[in-house]
Design a protein around this ligand. Structure first.
Ligand SMILES: [Zn+2]
Length: 261
């Protein structure tokens, strides 16, 4: 696995250059969350119109050894799945965790290489942030990412265009737990579940800082979803189950995540 990553890095070249800065960038609160852009065409930022009792739990800024394995274990024990918006920088550090996410039927999606806010970047740098991460995901999981989530939820038309040029849809969220503020597991779980309705896209973090509260909250959330007859599915699954009215959100290459052996 590491040889694969190394060769990927050599081919990309730029990655080594970015590595030092990336850790610094990720130390900042992962999502000093700007409110998602509501209703912008082609951006998932509201609950999807699904008829099944399904929600998408999404985790940003990982993978991280402190939280990702525990979240994967909790998902597995509940027969649930989630979408992980990984940072390329963290995928380089923990490629085995990224591969494990995909292997266990979860979805790996693109959060950029170094957690830079995208709209202010040059075209070349913006393309690098999304494409290098997408390439790494493809090499580690055998599958290209269908979704990109710009850091901080900072959007622009150019971000949308670059994501589309890489065959990704832009996905924000409909429910923000603000878990990065570490308000306590109970509060994170309450925020995730308040207004629970089919199609919600819930934002949490499995990297970028201590995430034990999030792990504990995931335990409570999955128990509560089970009790209320809800199922946690990947974003790709949620989009697939949505009514045709959101067809324009569909990524160009959309299929439900399959375990990669
Ligand atoms: Zn983030």
């Amino acid at each position: 696995m590491s040889r694969l990553v190394e060769s990927a890095l050599r081919r990309r070249g730029l990655a080594a250059l970015m590595a030092a800065g990336s850790l610094l960038a990720c130390a900042a609160p992962a999502s000093a969350a700007a409110a998602p852009t509501q209703g912008q065409r082609g951006v998932l930022s509201e609950p999807l119109p699904v008829s099944k009792q399904e929600v998408a739990l999404t985790f940003d800024d990982g993978p991280s050894p402190g939280a990702t394995p525990q979240i994967l274990a909790l998902l597995k024990s509940h027969g649930a799945h989630a979408t992980f918006f990984v940072l390329g920088s963290e995928l380089e550090r923990f490629p085995g965790l990224g591969a494990q996410e995909a292997r266990t039927g979860n979805e790996v999606a693109d959060h950029g290489m170094t957690h830079k806010s995208l709209p202010g970047l040059s075209q070349a740098r913006m393309l690098y942030e999304l494409r290098a991460t997408a390439d790494l995901i493809q090499e580690l999981t055998g599958k290209p990412p269908a979704f990109a989530r710009p850091p901080y939820g900072n959007m622009s038309q150019r971000v949308l265009q670059v994501a589309r040029s890489l065959h990704m849809s832009v996905a924000l969220w409909s429910t923000d737990t603000l878990d990065w503020q570490t308000p306590g597991a109970a509060t994170i779980a309450r925020r995730a579940l308040q207004g629970l309705a089919p199609g919600q896209i819930v934002l949490m973090h499995d990297g970028g800082g201590p995430r034990q509260q999030t792990v504990q909250a995931v335990r409570e959330i999955l128990d509560a979803l089970d009790a209320r007859g809800y199922k946690a599915v990947t974003l790709a699954q949620l989009v697939q189950d949505a009514k045709p009215s959101v067809a324009h959100h569909m990524p160009h290459r959309s299929s439900p995540p399959r375990p990669v052996s």
